[in-house]
Design a protein around this ligand. Structure first.
Ligand SMILES: NC(=O)C1=CN([C@@H]2O[C@H](COP(=O)(O)OP(=O)(O)OC[C@H]3O[C@@H](n4cnc5c(N)ncnc54)[C@H](O)[C@@H]3O)[C@@H](O)[C@H]2O)C=CC1
Ligand SMILES: O=C(O)[C@@H]1CCC=N1
Length: 272
């Protein structure tokens, strides 16, 4: 990848995941600037990795070829106001924020004409991320390519045609690591109630989660339904467990949850 100067505005969980992946993939730490006003421990951690740590968002932006907006959506307007008058015409912008549309970013940074919106996820921290990407047709293809190469350092990329689809990606891959964690948490709680220690319950649950996920990947020709059916002996234990999920309308619950995530992203787009 061409080594451009990249400034991360906000260096919390998501930015740290991307920065770690970039450095691991060989991107020079000296070409990365990270700005994180409120977390001294994180700044120290970044400095130890050889990242240039800046306290001023504006100074970080001024030095950069590529600006990655990685603050909480609720902070975005306030943070962009600090450098709204910087000339962005030769800079590329990559936002990872949920619920901030390209149109809104164009308002916040009027001279920016190459804005790519993305929706990464936290498995990026271990190189297993999935990032949705969206850009208007007018955006420089080299900026799109750079964004894709950058996010490929921490996982896989998936371009969407419309910005509305990026909100769907939030529900499908951005928020969803938490759905799986919640499910595993519930299984762990149940195992603890049976008398297993927290540690043993976690070991058992995480082992099966990894095994099940690897089976999905290893068997692209088997549908998820077939993989489920292969576990489910007629009149056996799994059938009884799955029947309880059905009684409680698992599929409908998941559908409602994912639509709630999309609705929230749309509300944020209107209010932020
Ligand atoms: N956590 C996740 O799974 C995902 C998060 N995102 C997006 O990433 C963005 C960041 O989220 P997280 O990393 O989870 O949040 P976070 O709270 O871990 O990180 C935000 C960071 O911004 C820093 N910050 C606050 N005010 C600042 C300011 N004025 N100037 C510079 N830095 C400032 C904070 O110290 C904090 O470390 C959000 O917009 C979120 O929508 C996107 C995909 C997944
Ligand atoms: O919960 C959120 O709003 C962010 C976006 C996707 C994951 N975390």
């Amino acid at each position: 990848m061409q080594h451009k100067k990249i400034a991360f505005i906000g260096a919390g969980n998501m930015a740290f995941a991307i920065i770690s992946g970039l450095v691991k993939s060989g991107y020079p730490a000296s070409e990365i600037i990270a700005c994180n006003k409120s977390n001294q421990v994180r700044r120290q951690e970044l400095a130890t990795m050889g990242i240039n740590v800046e306290l001023s968002n504006r100074q970080a932006v001024e030095q950069a070829d590529v600006v990655i907006l990685a603050v909480k959506p609720q902070m975005m307007a306030e943070v962009c106001a600090e450098f709204a008058d910087v000339d962005f015409s030769s800079k590329w912008v990559l936002s990872v924020a949920a619920g901030i549309s390209v149109g809104r970013l164009e308002q916040l940074l009027p001279s920016a004409n190459n804005i790519v919106r993305s929706m990464p996820n936290t498995p990026s921290l271990i190189g297993e991320g999935l990032s949705g990407l969206f850009a208007k047709k007018s955006v420089d293809p080299t900026a799109c390519q750079f964004a894709e190469t950058l996010l490929s350092a921490v996982g896989q990329c998936y371009w969407v045609e419309t910005e509305a689809q990026l909100n769907q990606i939030i529900a499908i891959t951005g928020s969803s690591p938490a759905y799986f964690f919640r499910f595993m948490e519930a299984m762990q709680q149940s195992a603890v109630q049976m008398g297993f220690s927290e540690n043993d319950a976690r070991f058992l649950v995480q082992s099966v989660a990894v095994g099940a996920a690897k089976m999905v990947v290893a068997n692209p020709n088997l549908s998820l339904a077939t993989l489920r059916e292969n576990v489910t002996s007629k009149g056996g234990t799994t059938a009884q467990a799955l029947a309880v999920f059905e009684q409680h309308q698992l599929a409908d619950t998941v559908n409602q949850a994912m639509n709630a995530a999309i609705k929230r992203a749309e509300e944020m787009e209107k209010s932020l």
